[in-house]
Ligand binder design. Structure first.
Ligand code: ADP
Ligand code: MG
Length: 302
């Protein structure tokens, strides 16, 4: 299935097969809900500053605000004024410094208000759920499958994973984490067992999207405080109870950098693997929470 400019893959382990056409229709609906272009609810909310919203979209915004609060705005769903300047979706441009400085003033998750069925934005505040849309969409597709009695499945959207239940042969779910500097070998392989529940597995990397100007590479994960790509992290993998939370935390920990990310990861319910350049500039170094260490294979830091 294709949505959100990426491939969405669903694998189910069940005697019955879901109605794939209906699942694809749900995917299309959910992708549209989370897209700030294309005249959907999010676009309307950004345009008018207030709008009634679908429960699925409300759930994503509520989660995004929680992670923004827990990470002191390192993850901030109101980054649209910044991401519009960088235009990563269409190849990217390096914006002038004063424009970025002005846009950072407009990025403030505290200016979003949610009620039971509507959202409200302060003047100039606009939402970009790009960092969590894929995770949120696979979470809701997981709900859709479970409502139809299917509890063992893997959903993937552009590298964001949601795995649920135990496979019939009782083997763990094996997840390859891409090496940030070498596409031939994995950085590591995780072996996860969500038991009866589900687990989101998401990696944010500086290699995903970006542009190069005068030999300098600018990637698409922005520090909302400066308006520029976050440094020095190169790859962050997060395990969380939902793919959307894993997605948001992966972005947040990437922005926070090794020191602060360690503190936030220790104090949160998520497990994390952080990778950044070695101090001597050759190769990479890494840090993992105990829970990540328990499921993570050998790290290839060369
Ligand atoms: P992808 O998986 O598509 O590479 P990510 O999950 O890594 O995307 O999220 C990157 C996208 O999130 C950016 O393109 C931008 O729209 C948005 N974004 C960038 N920085 C932040 C941030 N600090 N907080 C929230 N969203 C961000
Ligand atoms: Mg993300």
């Amino acid at each position: 299935m294709a949505a959100m400019a990426t491939v969405v893959r669903a694998t189910v382990y069940d005697r019955r097969s879901p109605d794939w056409t209906a699942l694809e229709a749900e995917l299309t609906r959910l992708a549209w809900l989370h897209d700030h272009r294309d005249g959907g609810q999010l676009a309307r909310l950004n345009e008018h500053g207030a709008a009634s919203i679908d429960p699925a979209l409300r759930q994503t915004i509520a989660m995004a605000l929680e992670v923004a609060a827990a990470t002191d705005g390192a993850f901030d769903p109101t980054v649209l004024p910044l991401t519009e300047l960088w235009q990563f979706d269409s190849g990217g441009v390096l914006p002038p410094e004063p424009a970025l400085a002005a846009a950072t003033e407009q990025v403030a998750w505290q200016r979003v208000t949610l009620t039971a069925s509507a959202a409200q934005l302060s003047e100039g505040t606009r939402l970009d759920l790009g960092a969590v849309a894929k995770g949120a969409v696979v979470d809701r597709l997981g709900d859709w499958l479970e409502a139809r009695g299917i509890g063992v499945y893997l959903l993937e959207a552009g590298g964001d994973l949601l795995v649920a239940g135990q496979k019939p042969d009782r083997s763990p779910w094996r997840v390859w984490v891409r090496h940030p500097r070498d596409s031939a070998a994995p950085l590591t392989v995780l072996e996860v067992r969500p038991g009866d529940g589900r687990l989101g597995v998401v990696t944010s990397g500086d290699y995903e999207r970006g542009l190069e100007v005068d030999g300098v590479r600018y990637h698409h994960i922005l520090d909302p405080r400066t308006g520029y790509p976050a440094h020095p992290m190169v790859s962050v993998t997060v395990l969380a109870a939902s793919a959307a939370a894993a997605d948001a935390y992966a972005t947040a920990l990437f922005v926070l950098g090794p020191e602060q990310a360690r503190q936030v990861a220790r104090g949160s319910a998520v497990d994390a693997q952080l990778v950044w350049p070695a101090d001597d500039g050759v190769g990479l170094q890494a840090w993992r929470t105990a829970g990540m260490e328990a499921v993570g294979g050998r790290l290839n830091l060369n």
